[in-house]
Design a protein around this ligand. Structure first.
Ligand SMILES: Cc1cc2nc3c(=O)[nH]c(=O)nc-3n(C[C@H](O)[C@H](O)[C@H](O)COP(=O)(O)OP(=O)(O)OC[C@H]3O[C@@H](n4cnc5c(N)ncnc54)[C@H](O)[C@@H]3O)c2cc1C
Length: 436
């Protein structure tokens, strides 16, 4: 392939204690947690709003905060839920603790909490590179926006891009896929003018059952039976979720294979999925009375990404550790979603419900030779099965909160991520409400 080289001067527009890249569930919590510990924090996000998959992907509900009647994710993530609920933008399903939400109010609530914490927000800014020092430290991140190419310097960096973009740019080794296919991509959509008061939909929209798949079984069985005759594209579920507005339902049922870290692959998948959204809406409209008047009110800004890169950290969480509820010395958060692996092709899903909530070690958030870089959210160091549970929003918020506190401690002490005082970190996390 022909290559060109470019040289350019880049303006350093800020200098911080902690820079967080990615304003999704992990990144927002990381930024707030670091700022509340007294760090000077910047948050860089490619879209003009916060929330990541929850808002850009319309991924509903937020799961899992409570397991077997015990809170497993607490602290700032739970404060976010309560604020969202108080704004009329969230509904905490009790006792399970999954949370249905209005995606627009989710964006607003996160934005308010970020600005109240005194964080400098760089929106519409796409991370495009980083510079490295002699000792494996990230010295600055580079991003693109309407001002041109800009850079931020910082003592500490937290990668919350979901895809480990910053870690990959810095040269952090990634988990091998070992021939296993990536979980499929799915574009969520919202249907309006739906009969949401019907018993079938009411039951399907409320994800409040412990230990059961929440898909809508009667519709699934009908679709499987008539797949050929109705020319149904590949689908999963379907899962329906209330957006808290009468007549509106969030739908998760499209699926296709693709690698979201390969631009051409992801582009082709986006196009296939957009066609499938309208085909699925038509199938629902023509076959189920609850949907007979429905129309597509919104399609997610981006196709939902279940799985891409994960770092190879100082410790990689294994399924055995995860399932047995192994309590690490450096446990900093929890996970309680089932091990939930969607087949890349076809409509199957392998789902394993945990006996007890799992723990997450701090060492899964850091890599061996990168002294000022942490990773939180979907891209932490876990094997494929442990990851398949940890990828949900509450767990991502939990690791975000921990990464933020750890980064603030490192910035204050001037130490590297491996030298952080773990006892102090764990004590602080407990004080702010983490259930560890
Ligand atoms: C189909 C599907 C169903 C799911 N179902 C559920 C569910 O029922 N419950 C649940 O809780 N979770 C569910 N999830 C998982 C969950 O939504 C995500 O795994 C979670 O949001 C990951 O959080 P994160 O903060 O790590 O990453 P993300 O939410 O992906 O946030 C990453 C942020 O970084 C930004 N970003 C990325 N790259 C760059 C860059 N280069 N420069 C600047 N910014 C960048 C993005 O715009 C985004 O805001 C589902 C996901 C999918 C795809």
């Amino acid at each position: 392939m022909k290559k060109i080289s470019i040289t350019k001067q880049v303006a350093v527009v800020g200098s911080y204690d902690v820079v967080v890249v990615g304003g999704g569930p992990a990144g927002v919590l990381a930024a707030i947690a670091a700022a509340r510990e007294g760090a000077k924090v910047a948050l860089v996000e490619r879209f003009g709003f916060l929330g990541g998959m929850a808002t850009a992907g319309l991924v509903m509900p937020l799961s899992v905060f409570t397991y077997k009647n015990q809170r497993v994710i607490g602290g700032i993530p739970y404060e976010f839920l309560e604020r969202l609920e108080a704004m009329g933008g969230g509904y905490i399903e009790r006792p399970l603790g999954n949370v249905a939400f209005d995606p627009e109010l989710y964006k607003l609530c996160m934005q308010r909490m970020v600005l109240e914490a005194g964080i400098d927000l760089y929106m519409n800014s796409y991370l495009s590179g980083c510079t490295m020092g002699e000792n494996g430290e990230v010295t600055s991140i580079i991003f693109e926006n309407k001002n041109g190419t800009e850079a931020l310097e910082s003592k500490m960096f937290i990668d919350c891009t979901g895809d480990a973009d910053l870690a990959a740019m810095a040269g952090v080794p990634m988990q091998e896929q070992n021939g296993e296919p990536l979980q499929p991509l799915s574009t969520y959509f919202v249907l309006a003018d739906v009969d949401t008061s019907s018993p079938l939909l009411f039951e399907a929209m409320h994800h409040n059952k412990q230990g059961e798949n929440c898909h809508c079984l009667p519709i699934r069985e009908y679709l499987l039976e008539h797949a050929e005759e109705l020319r149904i594209p590949e689908f999963g579920g379907p899962w329906f979720c209330t957006t808290l507005h009468e007549g509106c339902v969030g739908v998760n049922m499209t699926r296709t294979e693709g690698d979201a870290c390969d631009n051409r692959d992801y582009t082709a998948a986006e196009c296939r999925l957009r066609e499938d959204v309208y085909r699925m809406a038509e199938i629902l409209r023509n076959n189920f009375k609850e949907f007979e008047n429905c129309y597509v009110a919104a399609v997610a800004t981006q196709a939902g990404i279940r799985e891409t890169r994960r770092i190879k950290g100082v410790h990689t969480m294994t399924a055995d550790e995860y399932i047995s509820g192994y309590q690490y010395e450096d446990s900093i958060s929890r996970g309680a979603h089932p091990i939930d692996i969607h087949a890349t092709k076809g409509n199957k899903q392998s789902i394993y419900f945990l006996e007890q909530a799992a723990y997450v070690p701090y060492r899964a958030l850091i890599a061996e030779a990168f002294p000022n870089l942490l990773v939180a959210g979907r891209a932490i160091s876990a094997d494929r099965k442990a990851f398949a549970s940890m990828r949900v929003q509450a767990s991502c918020m939990g690791t975000g909160q921990a990464a933020g506190v750890a980064a603030a401690i490192c910035a204050e002490c001037g130490c590297g991520v491996k030298e952080v005082d773990v006892e102090r970190l764990v004590k602080k996390l407990r004080e702010i409400g983490a259930q560890i």
